[in-house]
Each structure stands twice: as C-alpha cells, then as structure tokens.
Design a protein around this ligand. Structure first.
Ligand code: PLP
Length: 355
C-alpha cells in the first residue's frame, strides 16, 4: 500500500478469488464455473460487425438484455437491472441498502468484503451445528437481510416456505436473496416478486449459463427497488454492461433448451458423485448447487486439497475453523468427477490419517 490510500482502507481485507489457470492438464473444480461451453447461439451472435461496433458506447440501459430477461422470468423490464457480474449488483445493493445489514456468518466471501467497504453496521448470523441457516434467526431484524440460497459454500438450500416466513416476519426490511446457484435444483423466489415489495432477487450468468467471463448479473424486484439501484448505477458506471456481454446474455436467455439441458446434466453428475463420495467415507452436505461441500475421511481437508493439486485437480479449501474440515468441489464433467473417485480409491495418501 502507498501512504496515499484512505486510512479507512488500511484494515480492508479484499476478496481472494480462486486460482485461475490456462494449464490444459489441470481439472478446474475450484470456482464453480460450468464445464460446458456457452450455448452455440452465443457463438453465432458474436460476428465481425458486432466487433466493429465496439467503437461505440454500449446501451446504458442494456435494453435488449433486460427485455430478454423479462421474457425469461415473466417480469416487466422495469423490474430488472443488469450488472457487470452479480458482484457489481451486490456492490450496488450494499451501497443502497447496506447501512444496516445482516447475513449468514458462513456464506459467499464477498459479503464480508462489501460490508467492510460499504456498511457501518453488519451483523453476521451463525449457522446451526449442521451448517444450516435457521429461518427464525432472521425474523424482525430491523436491518437489511442478505441470504445466499442455496448457500455457499455449503450448497444447502432453504425452501420457498422458509423464505416466505422470513419475508412475512420482516415487512419493514428488505430481503435480498442471492440465487447464484438456484438453477441446480433449489426453488427460485422470482415468482414472489409481484407479491412482496421487500424482496430483491440476484442472479448470475456465471454458473448455470457458462458465461463467467462475460460478467453478467441481474437484480430482479419491484420497480422502486430497481429505480434505487439505477440511481447508484448512474452515479457510478452508466455503461456497466459492455456490448459483447449484452449480446452473449441475450443469446443465452433465448436458448432455453440448452440451458435446461446443461443444468440437468450437472445435477445428475452431482447426485452420482455424492453417492460415490459417501461410499468412500466422505460426509457430504445436501447440495442443491453445482458444487459439493465434503469432509474427507482419514485425511484432513487442507491436506486433501494439496494432494489433489499435486494430481492436477483444483478444489477449494477455506481456512475458517468453522468449515476447515471441508473441501468445496465444483461439479465438472462426469469424467472429471470419476478422476477424483478413482484417485481416492488408488492412492496411498487417501487412506493415511494425517490429522
Ligand atoms: C459466483 C457468485 C457470485 C458472483 O457472480 P458473478 O456474477 O460472477 O459476479 C455471487 N454470489 C454468489 C453466491 C456466487 O457464488
């Protein structure tokens, strides 16, 4: 750091992204990307003439993307705003509603970072001993509530009825549901938007739509909430969606069949992988996401991650003592998951107790 930085930022701990690599030998199961390419329609949509148009600014309203999303989610365009990844949407949300905010102690790591940056009063609510969110812990909070559903990195989901109870017990508070992983088997709260003016849903194209590199996120909610977020956006970065992101996002939304097919395949691979891990002695939390959170037997989790790394497989481990017994493994292709299962079966180090 230089001596010029604002003193408030001296104590900030930035987010640590998972390792990225271009090494073709490496099986990348550490950042919850899709193993599948984007829809073939995305490929077709990026033409030479679109690249020529890059000399022009993009549409600040990202109208085509917002319109395509409104069709997909059966909402009106004024109930949607697009962001440069849902991380940007989350930043807008913290700026708009983060003065007082609470979220689960174990959740998406970025929440704590944004809380430090944008909030004066952030409350972290513990999970129960099974790493589950207890809905009652979020009743009458007198603050904004942010819940990742399914939660990360546990993969455990609340059902619609549980979230409705949280909404009903917080009529004066905004409830934000981050649905980054909802397409892999959990219930979306989007159909409740017309009914609850205190509900804002956040989604991303980075996981289920194979577009992490395109940086597309959405906030979905009643039009006054979307107006708030536009106030922030137009005070921060009006051209937040670039031309290529708008095009890739629209094309992805229009290819429903490919989208549902990819999600179905991931779910099938996940459920099969979980059964095999359990047979090998892992404790696996019930996942509705495109990753599993698993506690290896015999070997400690950090050591296990290291050993997989030596075998060219990247998975994520978190040092927080509440979850340091677990590794988070993204669901890749069937063959990727088989590789882990057969490694566990065939290597010395998996059996050895190194705790
Ligand atoms: C991946 C992820 C995001 C961020 O997604 P981007 O759209 O790529 O910025 C947000 N929330 C959760 C819970 C995530 O896992």
């Amino acid at each position: 750091m230089s001596r010029f930085i604002k003193s408030k930022l001296l104590s900030l701990t930035p987010y640590t992204p998972g390792e990225q690599t271009n090494d073709k030998e490496v099986i990348k199961l550490n950042t919850n990307e899709s193993p599948f390419p984007p829809s073939p329609k995305v490929m077709e949509a990026i033409s030479g003439s679109e690249i020529e148009k890059l000399r022009l600014y993009s549409d600040p309203e990202a109208k085509e993307l917002v319109y395509a999303a409104s069709e997909f989610y059966k909402l009106t365009p004024n109930q949607i705003i697009a962001g440069n990844g849902s991380d940007e949407i989350l930043a807008f949300v913290f700026m708009a509603y983060g003065e007082k905010i609470c979220f689960p102690e174990i959740s998406y790591g970025f929440y704590k970072v944004y809380a430090n940056l944008f909030s004066d009063n952030a409350l972290k609510i513990p999970l129960d001993k099974n790493l589950k969110i207890i809905p009652e812990d979020y009743f009458d909070k007198k603050s904004t509530i942010l819940i990742c559903n399914p939660n990360a990195p546990t993969g455990i989901a609340l059902n619609r009825e549980e979230i409705i109870r949280i909404l009903n017990n917080n009529k004066e508070n905004l409830i934000i549901i981050d649905e980054a992983y909802v397409d892999f088997g959990a219930e979306s709260m989007v159909p409740l938007i017309d009914q609850y003016d205190n509900l804002l849903v956040i989604q991303t194209f980075s996981k289920s739509r194979s577009l992490a590199g395109s940086r597309i996120g959405l906030a979905l909610g009643n039009k006054y909430l979307i107006e708030d977020l536009n106030r922030i956006k137009y005070s921060f970065n009006p051209y937040n969606m670039n031309r290529l992101s708008i095009i890739t996002g629209v094309s992805s939304l229009k290819d429903k069949e490919y989208f549902y097919e990819c999600c179905k395949e991931i779910i099938k691979t996940r459920d099969d992988f979980v059964l095999k891990l359990e047979k090998q002695g892992f404790v696996v939390l019930e996942s509705k996401a495109n990753f599993v959170f698993a506690k290896p037997p015999f070997i400690n989790a950090k050591e296990y991650q290291k050993k997989l790394r030596e075998n060219n497989i990247l998975v994520r481990h978190f040092n927080d003592p509440l979850i340091s017994n677990y590794v988070r493994i993204t669901i890749g292709k069937k063959s990727d998951m088989e590789k882990i299962i057969s490694l566990n079966e065939n290597v010395e180090w998996f059996k050895k107790d190194e705790v």
